[in-house]
Structures are given as structure tokens and as C-alpha cells.
Design a protein. Structure first.
Length: 224
């Protein structure tokens, strides 16, 4: 974008790294949100929590999932504080687990939209962000701002190709096997409701409160 403040962009990235963010990117979202730019950030899951595939979801994954939800909100507030101190608007988007419309199983603003438009990765067949560095093994957060940040180049197509590892492993049959492209309705490649029903039942069977599974993350050949 023209007029980008490269110094501010660098300071936001440094702030994010300083509070533990693994990946961070900047996106143009004018016309898609109430503020024109987004900061997307991610925490990498520990590889160890996905080792016992037959037992997913596990208690360690549940603990890390909940910990990351809290941390992502705190990280967003730290970045927002930097931007507001510079005189810009900044609004943190709550972690998806805390801000999900139960009728649509969608959040008001998609962290994955911010991440793909920032060039951080693509949407996999499992509807998770897939990053070149860590596959789907990350948890996302984002915030919206009017700060003149230098934005990345959007990713508009999947790089999953013919791989169907997540589809084969999905206990809900929620992954339909179609490759994502930007603007594609989620229902054309992924059944969020089937995923939620099965994930909830599997979690409850293991004494875990919530709706988590993790099988698609665990088997992805891009992971780690």
C-alpha cells in the first residue's frame, strides 16, 4: 500500500514477537471490516500435544487450547495499546472460542481472513489456516486498525493439492475434500456443524469440557 509507515510496522512486529507471537502479518481489509487494516498473529502449538493421535483430543491439548485463547486476547491488547498510543484506532477481535455465533458457527470477523490476506498461509481442506512453517499447528488472533501498516500479499488459493490426510482422519466426515479458494463459501468444502457435534461428543467422552478434536491438525503432513 502507498503511504505505509514502515517504522510503525516494524515496531508492531517487534511488539508481537516480544510477547511470544510465533507468526505475525498485516492485511488490507478495507470493505470487509469497519477498519481498513488487520494485524494477524499466531501461537504455535507444541508438537508433543499431537503425538498420541488415537487419543485426540487429549488433556494437554485442551490445556494448551485454553491457555492460547487467553494469551491471544492479551497479546491483542498489547499490540492495540501500541497503536492507540500512536493515535490510531485499534479493536481486538476476541478468540474464536469466545466469540462464535452458535447459529452459524462463525465469528463476526475471521482471524483466518486476516491471516490469508496478510500472506501467512491458506485455508486447508479442514477449514484451518495452513502455514508454510507449521502447517495447521497454530492458533490465531487478530485486531483491526486504521494504522498505515505495510501489508502482505494475499493468498487466494489452497496449496493442499491432492492431499486428503485430514479428510481420511476426520471422525465426523466434515471434510469434503475440496480445495479452498478466496471467497469460497465454507459449506462447499467443510461441514462445521458435523465437526462441532462430533468434536463435542469426543471431548465429553474424554472428560474434556468444550468442543475440540485436533485430528485434522495431528495428521497434516505440513505440520511442524
Amino acid at each position: 500500500m502507498t503511504g505505509a509507515d514502515l517504522d510503525l510496522t516494524k515496531r508492531v512486529e517487534e511488539c508481537a514477537r516480544a510477547v511470544g507471537v510465533t507468526l505475525v502479518g498485516f492485511a488490507e481489509v478495507a470493505g470487509l471490516a469497519e477498519l481498513p487494516r488487520a494485524v494477524a498473529f499466531a501461537l504455535r502449538h507444541s508438537p508433543e500435544v499431537f503425538s498420541p493421535l488415537e487419543d485426540m483430543p487429549t488433556a494437554p491439548y485442551d490445556l494448551e487450547y485454553e491457555s492460547f485463547n487467553r494469551r491471544l486476547g492479551e497479546i491483542g491488547e498489547r499490540i492495540a495499546a501500541l497503536l492507540t498510543a500512536e493515535g490510531y484506532a485499534a479493536r481486538v477481535n476476541a478468540p474464536t472460542a469466545y466469540n462464535l455465533d452458535r447459529e452459524t458457527l462463525a465469528a463476526p470477523f475471521s482471524h483466518k481472513l486476516a491471516a490469508t490476506r496478510a500472506g501467512m498461509g491458506w485455508i486447508g481442506k479442514s477449514a484451518l489456516l495452513v502455514t508454510p512453517q507449521f502447517g495447521p499447528g497454530v492458533r490465531l488472533g487478530s485486531l483491526l486498525t486504521d494504522a498505515p501498516l505495510a501489508v502482505g500479499h494475499p493468498v487466494t488459493e489452497s496449496e493442499c493439492g491432492d492431499c486428503i490426510a485430514c479428510q481420511d482422519a476426520c471422525p465426523a466426515g466434515a471434510i469434503l475434500g475440496e480445495n479452498w479458494r478466496a471467497g469460497m463459501p465454507r459449506g462447499e468444502f467443510y461441514d462445521a456443524f458435523a465437526c462441532a457435534r462430533t468434536a463435542r461428543a469426543r471431548a465429553e467422552a474424554r472428560g474434556i469440557e468444550g468442543t475440540i478434536c485436533g485430528m485434522c491438525m495431528a495428521v497434516c503432513p505440513r505440520r511442524w
